[in-house]
Each structure stands twice: as structure tokens, then as C-alpha cells.
Design a binder for this molecule. Structure first.
Ligand code: NAD
Length: 282
């Protein structure tokens, strides 16, 4: 039987509506600064989508579009200014940055209380020990999608393909926090297909089109496809070969319309959380 499609658009719309309603109910004045350096077209699309989501939720967005040749000093200065700006509750520096800028240095300069991407070392550390304020948006969005299926994570075999700091590793940690039995696979993993076939919950975050084929999927599994790959014909496609996977999985996310919109919805949620952290200190 074909898998149920997990509708990321619908679920993300519900999350954004919750955020909007919360902001309206509590009359919050929430602001998000989005910094983009250079003119990478994919980054521009992401930034525009984030701004649109802010508008929908009633969050003020402040865009800082800097030229490609911005120096590290200039960028760090802007981060310092935003760190001390009371109207700015969240700071997001769109990655990747041009090669001459040190991403790590820039991220570490963002105040952890405004780090709505949860990329700062102190926020990453807090995720590790399960005492977090923000969750990184993409893994948090994946968890929401898994929850929407009603499938319990506790006790399940969970396989994450990919070990990046922004997706794979935190994803594994969140599944572990919910008592999944987690295996993290990567480019050096042996017998990948065999490992994947064990998964009740399979997360693909590789960045390779159609990498996960139907024979790698256990019958009835929850399959979350994080990949965003652009094909030669301009179409977007995930890491999972959808046509094959949909015949094996129990639940599956499409690309587009799965994890992508959730990432942005979770960013909105984190921005309100940031407002509360900054304004409701005891
Ligand atoms: P990355 O390149 O940093 O990491 C890819 C991971 O895949 C690495 O850990 C690597 O070990 C693993 N890998 C590579 N080849 C492999 C192989 N042959 N077998 C097993 N593992 C292999 O990428 P990332 O930043 O984690 O992103 C992964 C994908 O998710 C990309 O397509 C990216 O565009 C997408 N992404 C989507 C969202 C979203 O909002 N939907 C957010 C972030 C990233």
C-alpha cells in the first residue's frame, strides 16, 4: 500500500498560525534580523521566504543585504550592533557565506540568546545535554513531522543518514532525547542499505538526489527527506527516490513541501522564544 504523505505545508502553516496567534494574544513586538552577504540565488530565495513568514506571523523582519566583498570586520560589527539592538530578538546570518568570511567566527559572535538558528556552540552544547532554549530549525521541524504521524519514537530504530552539525548530528540527538535507538550513517558507513533497512524512522540528510532507493526502506517506515537538490532540468528533488519509497514507506515527506517549510516555521517559533528569553528574565 502506498505511504501516507506527510504534508509539511499544512503542518508548517499550523505552526505559523500558532506563532501568529501567540504574538497577537500577548501583544508582543518581536523582531528578526536577517543578514545576507552576496547574491547567491538559493540564499536569496530562502531569505525571501523567511521574510514572508515573518509578515504572516506578525514578526518585524529587518533585512541586511551586504555586498559580496563585505569584510569580516564589517560583518562582525553589524552582528555586534544587532546584538545590542532591543528591537531585534533573533539574528540569522544566511549560510553559506562567501569564502573569505569565517562562518564559525561570525556565528560565535551572535549572542546565544538571539541565535535563533541554534548554531552557536553554547546552544549546540545545550542540545547535547537536553537543556535547550532553541532547537535547530530543520531537525526540530523533522521532529514535528514525525509527531504528526502519531508514530512514537521511543524504542524505535532510527537511522539518520548525514552527520552535519546543522542537520544530521542534532537530528540524532533529538531522536535520542525521545528514546529512539539511533544510528548515524555517513560517507564512510559500510553496508548502508542494510543499516537503512533496519529503520522504523529514516532521516535522509545527504544532499544527493535520489540517493535512498526503495530497497533501502523497511516496509511501513517513516521516511523524512531533508535533501534539497536541484536537478539539471531546474526541478527540486530530495535525497529519497520518491516513486520507489512511497510504495514501501508507511509515511513519507515530499520534496518540495515537506521539511523545507517546517524549517521556516520553526524559525518563527524560535524567534518568539527568543523574545521571551530576553523579556521575561527573572
Ligand atoms: P552536508 O553536505 O553538510 O552533509 C551531508 C552529509 O551526508 C555528510 O555528513 C556526509 O557524511 C553524508 N554523506 C555524503 N555522502 C554520503 C554517502 N555516500 N553515504 C552516506 N552518507 C553520505 O549537508 P547538510 O547541510 O547536512 O544538508 C544535507 C541536505 O539537506 C542538503 O541537500 C541540504 O540542501 C538539505 N537541507 C535542507 C534543509 C531544509 O530546510 N529542508 C535545511 C538544511 C539542509
Amino acid at each position: 500500500m502506498a505511504a501516507k504523505i506527510i504534508d509539511g505545508k499544512e503542518i508548517s502553516a499550523a505552526v505559523k498560525e500558532q506563532v501568529r496567534a501567540e504574538i497577537e494574544r500577548d501583544k508582543l513586538s518581536v523582531g528578526l534580523a536577517v543578514v545576507i552577504v552576496g547574491d547567491d540565488p538559493a540564499s536569496r530565495v530562502y531569505v525571501n521566504n523567511k521574510k514572508k513568514a515573518c509578515e504572516l506571523c506578525g514578526i518585524k523582519s529587518y533585512e541586511y543585504a551586504l555586498p559580496e566583498n563585505t569584510s569580516e570586520e564589517q560583518l562582525l560589527e553589524l552582528v555586534d550592533t544587532l546584538n545590542s539592538d532591543k528591537n531585534v530578538n533573533g539574528i540569522l546570518v544566511q549560510l553559506p557565506l562567501p569564502g573569505h568570511l569565517n562562518e564559525k567566527k561570525v556565528i560565535e559572535r551572535i549572542s546565544p540568546e538571539k541565535d535563533v538558528d541554534a548554531f552557536h556552540e553554547s546552544n549546540v552544547g545545550r542540545i547535547m545535554i537536553g537543556n535547550y532554549a532553541f532547537l535547530p530549525c530543520t531537525p526540530a521541524g523533522c521532529m514535528e513531522l514525525i509527531h504528526s504521524t502519531g508514530v512514537e519514537v521511543a524504542g524505535k530504530e532510527c537511522v539518520v543518514i548525514g552527520r552535519s552539525n546543522i542537520v544530521g548530528k542534532p537530528m540524532a540527538m533529538l531522536l535520542l532525547h525521545e528514546n529512539g535507538t539511533v544510528t548515524v550513517c555517513h560517507s564512510k558507513t559500510k553496508n548502508l542499505a542494510e543499516v537503512c533497512r533496519r529503520a522504523d524512522i529514516l532521516i535522509a540528510a545527504v544532499g544527493r538526489a535520489n540517493f535512498v532507493t526503495g530497497d533501502m526502506i523497511k516496509e511501513g517506515a517513516v521516511v523524512i527527506d531533508v535533501g534539497i537538490n536541484r536537478l539539471d532540468n531546474g526541478k527540486l528533488c530530495g535525497d529519497v527516490k520518491f516513486d520507489e519509497a512511497v510504495e514501501k514507506a508507511g509515511y513519507i515527506t515530499p520534496v518540495p513541501g515537506g521539511v523545507g517549510p517546517m524549517t521556516i516555521a520553526m524559525l518563527m517559533k524560535n524567534t518568539v522564544t527568543a523574545w521571551r528569553i530576553q523579556n521575561e528574565k527573572h
